[in-house]
Write a protein that binds this ligand. Structure first.
Ligand code: X7A
Ligand code: MN
Ligand code: MN
Length: 305
């Protein structure tokens, strides 16, 4: 595997300080060395530099729109470059608003994408449905063709063109979905495997049925957007919006092992690691090590040795 790593130290899609430190704590947990140790060729493109935006007043309830729009343009260009260079892209967040740029940049190289969104949350609020105005709860609404009429014009967002179809999206791990998001998921017929399905079917069946769904016609490259809060807070405590009843470590890893063996993983986001949300120092290292293990699973590490 040839891997291109991008650090995206960005936090303005949500209000909690610290998630901008995610890329560096994940690197400090040995990501590059461990990938190389399992035979990957790794190019670390370093951390993107995000410029400030003054007077970034809310638009309606939406907070920090200008700096989020600007940051995602940078991410989109960087992901496109990594893909053009021929690597599987790994974007280290930073908050989940960065998925707008990551998926947009990926789709610029691979127009026919399927998106696997692993998350406690659906992150599909529009600017008008969001209960908080935090853009990390909205990224999917800017990317899905069927929602484009629901998105108001916002400064620094005009470059964004919807690039994925609802039928090519699948969710795993949902357990904290806002009412409006639930309506959108149902209305668009988006395939979801909430924690209820994970419990009822077991993770192996979830992965089988998920692949049947996204590969129902042709096989498309996969964009895996992995929010560490999909995992149970006991497994990934250093994150901004923890929700109890999440994926076990084993389930979280199984998802990456399964997707790796499809051979279709083309870009991966690992987001929402926030060291400042940890109660104790060891929780930071624990969460960072789990994040590293998720990436290793995407690139061929299997637990049998
Ligand atoms: N859906 C929420 C949470 C988004 C989490 C973003 B992620 O997945 O990247 O971490 C709001 C959640 N909800 C608001 C009302 C009270 C309960 C929580 C939102 O702010 O839109
Ligand atoms: Mn998320
Ligand atoms: Mn989440």
């Amino acid at each position: 595997h040839s891997v291109g790593i991008i650090g995206a130290p960005f936090s303005k899609g949500q209000p909690r300080d610290g998630v901008q430190l995610g890329p560096d704590v994940i690197r400090e947990a040995g990501l590059v060395k461990k990938l190389e140790g399992q035979g990957c060729v790794v190019k670390d493109y370093g951390n993107l530099i995000f410029e400030e935006v003054s007077n970034d007043e809310p638009i309606g309830r939406t907070k920090q729109p200008r700096v989020v729009g600007l940051a995602n343009k940078k991410v989109a260009d960087a992901v496109q470059r990594v893909k053009t260079d021929g690597h599987t892209c790994v974007m280290l967040g930073g908050d989940h608003s960065l998925a707008v740029g990551s998926i947009h940049g990926h789709a610029a190289c691979r127009p026919e994408l399927s998106v696997v969104w692993v998350d406690a949350h659906a992150d599909i609020n529009t600017p008008l449905t969001s209960p908080t105005g935090n853009i990390h709860g909205q990224p999917m609404s800017y990317l899905i063709h069927e929602l484009c009429t629901k998105i108001p014009v916002m400064p620094n967002f005009s470059w964004i063109k919807p690039c994925i179809a609802a039928k090519d999206v699948v969710y795993i791990g949902l357990r904290d979905v806002d009412p409006e998001e639930h309506y959108i998921l149902k209305h668009l017929g988006i395939k979801t495997f909430s924690m209820t399905e994970v419990d009822g079917l077991g993770i192996a069946k979830v992965m089988e049925q998920m692949c049947d769904h996204i590969f129902s016609k042709i096989k498309k490259p996969i964009h895996l957007s992995y929010d560490v809060d999909a995992l149970d807070p006991s497994v990934a405590p250093a994150t901004g919006t923890p929700v109890i009843g999440g994926l076990t470590y084993r389930e979280g890893i199984y998802i990456t092992e399964y997707l790796c063996q499809t051979g279709l993983l083309s870009a991966i986001d690992v987001v929402e690691v926030n060291p400042k949300q940890a109660k104790r120092e060891e929780e930071v290292h624990f969460t960072a090590n789990v994040a590293v293990d998720l990436v290793l699973g995407c690139f061929g590490r299997v637990r049998e040795g």
